[in-house]
Design a protein. Sequence first.
Length: 388
Amino acid sequence: MMPLGRKQPVSILDSPEAAAVQSLFGLNHQQLTTLLGEFSEPAYRVKQLSEALYRGWEEDLAEVSTLPRNLRAAMVERGYAVGLPRIVESFVSIDGTERYLIAGNDGQTVETVWMPDGDGGEAGDGSESGTDLRRATICVSSQIGCAVNCQFCLTAKLGIIRNLTAGEIAGQVVAVLKRHKVKIGKDRINLVFMGMGEPFLNYDEFMAAVRLLVEEVGIPESRMTVSTSGIVPGILRFAQEPIRPKLAISLNAPNDAARTEIMPITKKWNLDHVIAAVRQVPLRAKEKITFEYVLLGGLNDRERDADEVGRLLRRANVPLKVNLIVWNPGPGMPYSMSDPHTVHLFQYRLKFNNLSAYVRRPRGRDIYAACGQLKRTTDNLVQLSGTS
Ligand code: SAH
Ligand code: SF4
């Protein structure tokens, strides 16, 4: 692996004036209605504006020709702008994965990843068939950095810098859809909320982004998966949501003692609590809960660990599958990757325990785009396209 040069997060577009701009992107139907009401505009203008933002992916209010010129001018005058997050850097992997740094209004950047052909993690969820034009998965961030402190995760090293807004979360998706000229309703795009951050520690903005993406952008919730480290109050709220992605739980260890070592959050909510909360989520037809398991060489990848995972998950008694993720290395981290034979044996052992188990194909390791590698790394990489 290439060494990480930078230790501190870097703000790429540090522009104080930009922070004063009020973004339209991120406002829901109700909020747009209130706003246009202040301009004394008729109700149909709301639809025109939301079409321009969420279907037309317009970046400049001046270009929204469906709205009267004087309205656009009045909005600009009052400090409004579209405020769609912008891709400021991109890196392309030899496997086709692309990693972007995307800037919000304050210039802080987050990471978003485009993976052509899906990430393999959706195998077995009943959604593989179809004659779509294109298939891809977008991995979306929910926070800048993360407070959870999992010992094997590079994002944890940043600490928590700040929450993202709903507009910044949904905006990552739209910026990437726009870059790839995706046709909504034709191309098959999956979203995984598995980038930087813990979505359930930014619950309201995260769920507001989901609703925007479903209701306004037009991506079906059945093609979205959110992963959590096991934030129990978040899981319980999620269980009540009428519109929600599928759920993935980062299990990563077969019991509380082992999990506490690598995921100290287990002290707050142990596995029994997490599983009891997961059981509250009413599943749709064919829906399964995903349990993610990062394999750490010699630590949690033994056959007896697989058997213990088998017993634990059988007790959980929910429709589920296990996604095995070979640990992606980061500098200075005291773990190693399980060798392919061990991975295979672990998967076999889970299957022997009557569990569906898949091994997630690593994507974009060469550009630090793989799971747990998102740390806004820009050094030592070939930059293929610059600021847009
Ligand atoms: N915070 C959420 C979602 C982002 S992390 C969560 O933890 O679930 C997404 C997935 O990447 C999690 O399953 C996590 O366990 C895994 N992960 C973190 N660091 C990793 C690494 N270095 N190698 C492989 N997977 C990692
Ligand atoms: Fe945060 Fe997820 Fe990384 Fe844990 S694995 S530190 S919860 S991003």
